[in-house]
Design a protein around this ligand. Structure first.
Ligand code: FES
Ligand code: FES
Length: 174
């Protein structure tokens, strides 16, 4: 049997440049989890229905199971670990814990990534915009209410942080 041709790709994952050999039909999810060790990207349905595998690709939330690894060549990928760490959590992560928006946790990585994609573009989203942004992320446990509240709270927190950093910059300038 002939070996499938492979291609070298280079992706910046969470700020770090990584290389992998992938086949033409290989998904970004497979490359991230099985070749680059990013098991924080979860595999749920594997066919675009659950959002567990969401990552940011050049700032846009995508399902890694529906994205070819080749499409990520020379692009930036952010996984939930790139959003924040245990030592330095992002306000979204703090807020998910505070609001009890995590139960079994299987959907959480994808939810946080989708929410980050939204807040980066739209720092003051409406409740409806939040619901739309996470409409591709399924959660079997929480009923979504706590997740939406957590994202609203994180947006408030981020806006007050950016307000206070602007204030401190202008008071330094004065
Ligand atoms: Fe990708 Fe479900 S694993 S959408
Ligand atoms: Fe269990 Fe969302 S917390 S699927």
């Amino acid at each position: 049997m002939k070996n499938k041709p492979s291609y070298s790709i280079e992706i910046v994952v969470n700020g770090e440049s990584k290389k992998a050999e992938v086949s033409a039909e290989e998904t970004l999810l497979h490359a991230l989890r099985d070749k680059l060790g990013h098991t924080e990207v979860k595999e749920g349905c594997g066919k675009g229905d659950c959002g567990a595998c969401a990552v940011l690709l050049d700032g846009k939330a995508v399902n890694a199971c529906l994205t070819l690894a080749l499409q990520a060549h020379q692009k930036e990928v952010v996984t939930v670990k790139g959003v924040g760490t245990r030592e330095k959590p992002h306000p979204l992560q703090v807020s998910f814990v505070k609001h009890g928006a995590i139960q079994c946790g299987f959907c959480t990585a994808g939810m946080i990534v989708s929410a980050k994609g939204l807040l980066d573009k739209k720092p003051r989203p409406t409740r409806q915009e939040i619901k739309e942004a996470i409409s591709g992320n399924l959660c079997r446990c929480t009923g979504y209410k706590k997740i939406v509240e957590a994202i609203e709270d994180a947006a408030l927190r981020l806006n007050s942080l950016s307000g206070s950093s602007k204030l401190s910059k202008s008071s330094k300038a004065n």
